[in-house]
Design a protein around this ligand. Structure first.
Ligand code: NAP
Length: 338
């Protein structure tokens, strides 16, 4: 048994895009296991865009990570030692144990996963928080009807890939937006979207308009910025916009110059077209998670829900992989094999 806990801590708050110097790899003594607690050994670590917000000390829905604290994040872990009667050694769980090899839990924050049902890494992606976020936003807010057009950006990624496939399951047309030809080919040919448009192409806005001849009924917002500029003129009356995230702004230091302020033009379209924009956090729909997990397992089994994971080897590579996530370098759900 390894005698040390390897962990990555926040060394310095980033200004703009994070850099390797914002993180520090440390070794710490293996934690003792108190009564009623378990020792977790991480197998997979999830890397997610929200972590960028937690690195800043700006006011947000969750407290910032303190300098010197372990980076937060979900893992798929094995219970290495148990002093809690509800958990036994060898159980595989989803835990919120952060960027480290080992952690202590009292068990209250663990979700057991069945290692025989699906590859355990899916507990962080398609059968985890990101898959559920897609389901929660689309089913509760987007509510596409058969024949309607659903557009989603970051379409090859963890959330977007599920949004489009779910839209197809619900009988809608799914148009994906992704960065580059390879991701677009995957979205259309492998995931079965009706079309995929490259947001880096200089003719992005025209191509999106051509792919949406009847306008857009549901836009599942993951990125904001220039993609929103292309989507906004195509939104139909009474369109619904589940606002899931805005990754293109996560490295912004401050609001841009007035010319980049999209608020007035966005508000005008929202008002004149009676559009519903509804922000959400997946946890507000958490009571729907068991239903989602059942349904999603069925869709995976019958081939209607496909997923792609981008697995990086070694905890020490988590910072570089995370920096790449904010630049679109990941291709699929980004996971570190710890
Ligand atoms: N509300 C919630 O509860 C909740 C839960 C989970 C995730 N989210 C949000 O959902 C969004 C997607 O997250 P994810 O986990 O599925 O990540 P992901 O799609 O697996 O990875 C991020 C992708 O975002 C795209 N991207 C990065 N920078 C961009 C930019 N400047 N402009 C356009 N696209 C950019 C890149 O794809 P391309 O190369 O294709 O551009 C990148 O691969 C994020 O905004 C995240 O914060 C929200």
């Amino acid at each position: 048994m390894s005698q040390t806990n390897r962990r990555i801590v926040l060394a310095l708050r980033p200004e703009g895009p994070p850099k390797p110097a914002n993180f520090r790899l440390e070794e710490a003594p293996m934690p003792e296991v108190p009564n009623d607690h378990v020792l977790l050994e991480a197998i997979y670590l999830s890397l997610d865009p929200y972590m960028r917000g937690r690195m800043s000390d700006a006011k947000s829905y969750a407290d910032p990570i303190a300098i010197g604290d372990v980076m937060v994040g979900a893992t798929v872990s094995r219970i290495k030692q148990s002093r809690n009667r509800d958990w036994k050694e060898g159980d595989i769980v989803v835990a919120y144990s952060g960027w480290q090899t080992h952690a202590i839990s009292d068990g209250s924050d663990l979700r057991r996963i069945d290692p025989h049902a699906a590859p355990i890494s899916t507990g962080l992606g398609v059968l985890g928080m990101t898959g559920f976020s897609a389901y929660a936003g689309l089913r509760n807010i987007g509510r596409p009807k058969p024949g309607e057009t659903v557009v989603v950006a970051a379409a090859s990624g963890a959330v977007g890939s599920v949004v489009g496939q779910l839209a197809r399951i619900d009988g809608a047309r799914a148009i994906g937006i992704a960065g580059g030809a390879e991701k677009c080919a995957f979205v259309k040919n492998e995931l079965g979207f009706d079309a995929a448009i490259d947001h880096r192409d200089p003719n992005f806005a025209r191509q999106l308009a051509e792919a949406c001849p009847d306008g857009i009924d549901v836009y599942f917002e993951n990125v904001g910025g220039a993609v929103w500029d292309g989507v906004m003129p195509l939104l139909n009356n009474f369109a619904r916009v589940p606002l899931c995230g805005m990754i293109s702004h996560y490295n912004d230091e401050a609001l841009g110059p007035p010319s980049s302020d999209r608020l007035p033009s966005s508000m005008k379209v929202i008002q004149q077209k009676s559009i519903t924009v509804r922000g959400f956090m997946n946890v507000e729909f958490i009571e729907q998670q068991p239903t989602f997990l059942d349904e999603a397992a069925g869709w995976i089994a019958d081939g209607r829900l496909k997923y792609r994971e981008d697995i990086v080897d070694g905890l020490e590579h988590a910072p570089t992989a995370f920096i790449g996530l904010l630049e679109g370098r990941n291709f699929g759900k980004l996971i570190v094999r710890v």
